[in-house]
Design a protein around this ligand. Sequence first.
Ligand code: NAD
Length: 296
Amino acid sequence: MASIGFIGLGNMGGPMADNLVKAGHEVRGFDLSADSVARFVSAGGVAADSIKAAVAGASVVVTMLPAGKHVRDVYTGDDGLISVCEPGTLMIDSSTIDVETARDVIALADAAGHQMLDAPVSGGTTGAAAGTLTFMCGGSDPAFASAKPFLDIMGKNIVHAGGPGNGQAAKVCNNMLLAISMIGTCEAFLMAERLGLDAQRFFDISSTASGQSWSMTTYCPVPGPVPTSPANRDYQPGFAAAMMFKDLDLAKGAAESSKTFTPMGARALELYKEFMDEGGANTDFSGIIKHLAGRK
Ligand code: NAD
């Protein structure tokens, strides 16, 4: 069994670390929040009071942090992971961050003799608890092969998307597409209703025709056609609009740095901003249908 340091024990990192403990690994966790550490200890983890203490003697480190600046600090700051870990440590960053930071940090980790992957996830807190996350991984073949047994414990679909940063690239492109398809699906249901077409009838037709998408058949933004979708529980998340906004903001940065024209992604960012300003931040992202319904 491996000795694992886990940094960032929040809504996602907490249950991910729990699953490594349940699989029999020795996991030492560190988080700036004492409450998060206490919850982890009650689930069988070992508390560490610093990054250095969490990774002492560890052969594997997993990080699950809010954003790129936290990842940069935790890896490259004074007493950061790259300097305090033993050379040869396997580092897995599962935070959702910008591609550029992921590539910079992996290059620095490689130069210091570590192996590192960016491995952002989809599947949310439910997938984290159930160990059914999808991991989109960027990094070398050996780093991916070393990480796979640990990712298999925390996830169900483990995909190697290519070299460093490609996990983040896959995540940002997928979520930009998801936002666009959700907004399009909402628009279609709203217009169908106003044209006198019943939502269920429209669903029955479009879900088996060329308008079909995941946003329609799995996550339908109107109540009724897909009983498990958040629309049936007053748009409780699920995947919060604030998280989608974060990912669309990352997509905007990626579009700029890659000089890609993404007018639909840019418009989706604006619409999610308006929805959040109206108080929708903690609503499921499919709840944007309420914002669109109120617009002329
Ligand atoms: P969270 O805010 O619940 O957890 C982040 C944790 O990191 C917090 O507990 C915070 O105290 C800790 N932290 C911040 N800086 C730290 C530092 N320097 N040292 C130690 N700990 C530090 O966020 P979350 O929902 O767990 O999300 C984590 C990442 O996963 C984000 O990048 C998010 O975009 C991504 N993500 C979240 C979801 C979701 O449904 N929540 C889904 C997919 C991806």
